[in-house]
Design a protein around this ligand. Sequence first.
Ligand code: ADP
Ligand code: MG
Ligand code: MG
Length: 250
Amino acid sequence: MLKINNLHASIDGKEILKGLNLEVKAGEVHAIMGPNGAGKSTLANILAGREEYEITEGSVDFDGTDLLEMATEDRAREGLFLAFQYPVEIPGVSNVNFLRTALNEIKEYRGEPQISAKDFMALVKEKSAIVELDAKLASRSVNEGFSGGEKKRNEIFQMAMLDPKLAILDETDSGLDIDALRIVANGVNKLKSDKNATIVITHYQRLLDYIVPDFVHVLYNGQIVKSGPKELALELEEKGYDWIKAEFAQ
Ligand code: ADP
Ligand code: MG
Ligand code: MG
């Protein structure tokens, strides 16, 4: 589904990704861990199509197409979804209108008919229940006045509504108490299928008690320097990142 080959990327002339390789197949959950500043959010942003980065080398293939050549909104239409590390508030735009517009864009792109108001509301009810999001929040402005935990749950609600092929969750666990963490993780687990894939970016191991990854990767200094089974996350939790830094410091 996703093949990243030797990706190099800079911002303001500073190289952040320095030859990153990653392959994700349908049905898989990959966790990307790494110290602050390693480039995790940069990778997520580049995949989603944020424009301020300069790609200097490498390629990204998404389901047989050159992802880096695609416009941001086409990536979304093709089924790429990013849950933000810091969800933004959009005053004046209701959550439901936002999602109905997004959903209908995807349907139009696939040549499917627009969703009826009745079917849409039924979908909202079903999917908000997955993340135990209060139905009232669905009709409020996007994230406006939501608590930190509600914002993160709203990201997963959006993901559930849009049913992406590839979901990237950028530190969706940060700032969550243990109950919200479990709710978010359960939501992700319920949405898992053999047709979609998830990349979970996290700084801490505890999320991976609930979302069990098929592979764990360590991103350090702009590269994936280590990959392994889920036990690698436990090793990182126990030993921290210093041994990685010591091993890979140039
Ligand atoms: P992580 O998500 O792993 O904590 P980031 O991808 O956010 O790391 O950041 C990687 C590096 O890129 C950091 O050194 C950060 O300061 C730098 N960086 C990120 N965004 C910008 C920007 N807009 N301008 C300059 N440097 C940036
Ligand atoms: Mg960070
Ligand atoms: Mg980050």
